[in-house]
Design a protein around this ligand. Structure first.
Ligand code: CP
Ligand code: NVA
Length: 316
């Protein structure tokens, strides 16, 4: 990026540990201000635009960015599949065109390499709205939710049950920055990328492990987290995946097996009720899934300010 005060946000660990904790603190303060006043005191993104490129469907990501930009004083444009990024037009050409008329880009793409190329050729900050590889905005919102619920991230035990997918990769990115304990409990053959497990181990911050038995994995969990068994782009393998993943459904019995009455249930949504989690778990008192969804906007509003270089004085 030509302007060194501006930043892309492509991975959770694009931030340092101290930037992350300050960003979360600012997100909490901005949420409080919005709740108290019904709006922000100032319009820090007055006159700014965010182009949102979606190669995959979305509810939360579109809603949170579009409403968030309005609240910050700016405007968001929805660009759907008709843009044909990497198909109708080369990724680097889309990057140059979109960044010539907008102040920020948010993109939800299939290949992570396409997102990296978009960022390389864009003149303006690019925010990752999910790729096949990771989903950093989601995990920042999840960290905010855990902070609200548990008042800390340090020492929290997060047990993810299901596919070692993009959500898990961003959890591992977070675990490389924060002293939390993260376990991915998945069937054999569905583990996350080992490079990210190495990243956590080398970070000497959090601890990450793989476990195959959900009943063992959940003991002592503060958070039990799940996601769909077939992500966007994998729906054709759903039948086969349903068999492999059936022992990994989060039920009330599995929640109780944590032996901790304060274990919270989290899911990035959208959920397939009756598959990866049952209805009772989703509706239970311990379920924080809708707080997580709302926190997408609060977290991303702080991320937007970070990308625009507005939080830089505080995010040393
Ligand atoms: N969690 C999440 O990213 O939701 P959407 O796919 O609806 O945007
Ligand atoms: N793993 C899911 C997350 C959706 C927010 C997917 O990629 O479809």
């Amino acid at each position: 990026l030509a302007d060194p005060s501006k930043h892309h946000f492509l991975h959770v660990n694009d931030l340092t540990s101290s930037q992350l904790s300050k960003l979360l603190q600012i997100a909490l303060e901005m949420k409080l201000e919005l709740k108290q006043l019904g709006k922000y005191r100032t319009k820090p993104l007055d006159g700014k635009t965010l182009a949102m490129i979606f190669a995959k469907p979305s509810a939360r990501t579109r809603i949170s960015f579009e409403t968030g930009m309005y609240l910050l004083g700016g405007h968001a444009l929805y660009l759907g599949e008709e843009v044909g990024i990497g198909k109708r037009e080369a990724v680097k050409d889309v990057a140059r065109v979109v960044s010539s008329m907008n102040d920020t880009i948010m993109a939800r793409l299939y290949a992570h390499s396409d997102l990296l190329e978009l960022a390389r050729f864009s003149k303006v900050p690019v925010i990752n709205g999910l790729t096949d590889y990771n989903h950093p905005c989601q995990i920042i919102a999840d960290a905010l939710t855990i902070l609200e619920e548990k008042k800390r991230l340090q020492g929290v035990k997060v047990v993810y049950i299901g596919d070692g997918n993009n959500i898990v990769h961003s959890w591992l990115e977070l675990t490389s920055l924060v002293e939390l304990e993260f376990t991915c409990c998945c069937p054999e053959g569905y583990e996350p990328n080992p490079t990210l497990l190495d990243l956590v181990n080398r970070s000497h911050r959090g601890k990450a492990s793989i476990e195959y038995d959900p009943w063992k994995a959940v003991v002592g969990a503060d958070v039990i987290y799940t996601d769909v068994w077939a992500s966007m782009g994998q729906k054709s393998s759903l039948q086969q995946r349903m068999e492999v993943f059936s022992p990994y459904q989060v039920t009330m019995d599995l929640m109780k097996a944590s032996q901790n009455k304060d274990t919270i249930f989290m899911h990035c949504l959208p959920a397939e009720r009756g598959r990866e989690c049952d209805d009772k778990v989703m509706e239970s008192h311990n379920s924080k899934v809708f707080q997580q969804a709302e926190n997408r906007m609060h977290a991303q509003n702080a991320i937007l300010l970070y990308c625009h270089g507005i939080l830089n004085n505080q995010l040393v």
